[in-house]
Design a protein around this ligand. Structure first.
Ligand code: ZN
Length: 410
């Protein structure tokens, strides 16, 4: 099956170049050509997709989502009466909304077992290409310890979603192996406290340097990399010293941490929009009081930290922590990145070329020949107007693997 997508313009994020009157040819899910219509031989039997008023660009990539999280605030009573299978099914709706917002690839930062990725790949339900981390490993009392002071433990391990709490070097070694056995593409650690967890503080570090090193070593031995939920300065530095590949959130970067990130081997995934959603949910009465205070306390420091990273030339990959906010709202992050001084084309690169390179997913973030036919169309120039990527309703066309998953009637 050959498809020919005719657009008004085509944006190549790698170069920033715009091609007028382009055509993208997709054969058996893969791009065979993306360039000017003039001089392109469009096969006679090609199925035509008319996007004459749209700017085409590669499908977007979000490096930090949680598809099994509801994205509607935190309600412990609700969670207590949510069976694990029902929790899992949230991913079905979230995957569709994410894809329809133009995000054709994601890295799930915990919650989704490998079966979610496998079901999407098998076509059971629509969703983005996925990398999964399955479980987010943290120390006792740490960010993903769901064992509450009353004694209840909300972290229900599934056969393919290992328990998230781990302490000590040997236990870490075993747990990382278990997570990889369960199908993880990436390993997720929490090297600091967080905003939504009741028992810890974002500015406190978590896990020892030795525990983090062990996780990195085990991951590396099996061709995986490690992402770290790292908000505290000490937690960020421990993660970097141990060889973690991506720093998530990065609320308290300083000159030394930035220096450690400038060799280009690491990336920062800011998730700027996440604390905003905590506050919005709180204002709607859907957050426990401790989370509101923590979100309000970090939001300005978070901005200063990310601004410093942008100014210093740290590699920034697009990520939102969606699942805190509602699925499909991912694009708002572009506006916050822009606000902190990133050029629009760099914001778009962060969600295409840079994201693909950062998470190591092949054939995404570009429309070069051989890439997956994952593309989106928006009614205007997204470099001139990032708002076009910020809301799902501005994304008029979404193709994944050459299949139309969304097309707005003209
Ligand atoms: Zn997260």
């Amino acid at each position: 099956m050959i498809r020919a997508v005719f657009g008004d313009s085509l944006l190549d994020p790698a170069t920033g170049e715009v091609t007028r009157q382009p055509v993208v040819l997709i054969e058996d899910g893969r791009v065979t050509r993306a360039g000017p219509r003039n001089g392109t031989q469009v096969p006679r039997d090609a199925e035509t997709i008319d996007a004459a008023e749209l700017t085409l660009l590669p499908g977007l990539i979000d490096c930090h989502v949680h598809l099994t999280s509801l994205g509607e605030g935190l309600d412990f009573t609700r969670e207590l009466v949510t069976p694990p299978t029902f929790e899992l099914m949230r991913a079905v709706r979230a995957a569709k909304r994410t894809l329809e917002a133009g995000f054709t690839s994601v890295r799930d930062a915990s919650g989704s077992p490998a079966g979610v990725r496998m079901a999407i790949d098998a076509g059971y339900f629509p969703g983005p290409r996925m990398f999964v981390t399955v479980s987010a490993l943290s120390q006792t009392g740490g960010h993903t310890d769901a064992h509450f002071m009353c004694g209840a433990d909300l972290d229900i391990p599934l056969p393919d979603r290992p328990h998230q709490v781990v302490d000590g070097v040997e236990a870490m070694r075993l747990r990382v192996r278990e997570v990889i056995r369960a199908g993880a593409d990436w390993i997720k650690l929490c090297t600091s406290g967080g905003v939504l967890s009741p028992g810890d503080q974002p500015h406190h570090s978590a896990l020892t340097l030795e525990e983090i090193r062990t996780a990195v070593e085990e991951a590396r031995a099996q061709g995986r990399k490690v992402m770290a939920h790292a908000q505290a300065n000490a937690g960020i530095k421990n993660a970097l010293k141990a060889g973690v590949a991506t720093i998530e959130h990065g609320i308290w970067l300083d000159g030394d941490a930035i220096e450690m990130m400038l060799d280009g081997r690491n990336a920062l995934v800011p998730t700027l929009v996440a604390p905003h959603w905590v506050i919005r949910h709180a204002e709607a009465g859907k957050m426990p009081a401790y989370a509101i205070e923590k979100a309000r306390a970090v939001i300005d420091d978070h901005k200063s930290s990310v601004r410093l990273a942008i100014e210093s030339g740290v590699k920034i990959a697009f990520g939102t922590d969606t699942g805190v906010g509602p699925h499909g709202s991912n694009g708002e992050e572009f506006l916050l990145m822009r606000e902190l001084g990133m050029e629009p084309i760099d914001c778009i690169r962060a969600a295409t070329t840079v994201a693909a390179e950062t998470i190591g997913m092949k054939g995404v973030g570009s429309l070069q020949p051989g890439a997956w036919g994952d593309l989106i169309g928006v009614p205007g120039d997204p470099v001139a107007d990032l708002e076009l990527l910020a809301k799902p309703e501005s994304v008029h066309l979404v193709l994944k693997g050459g299949e139309v998953v969304k097309q707005r009637a003209r």
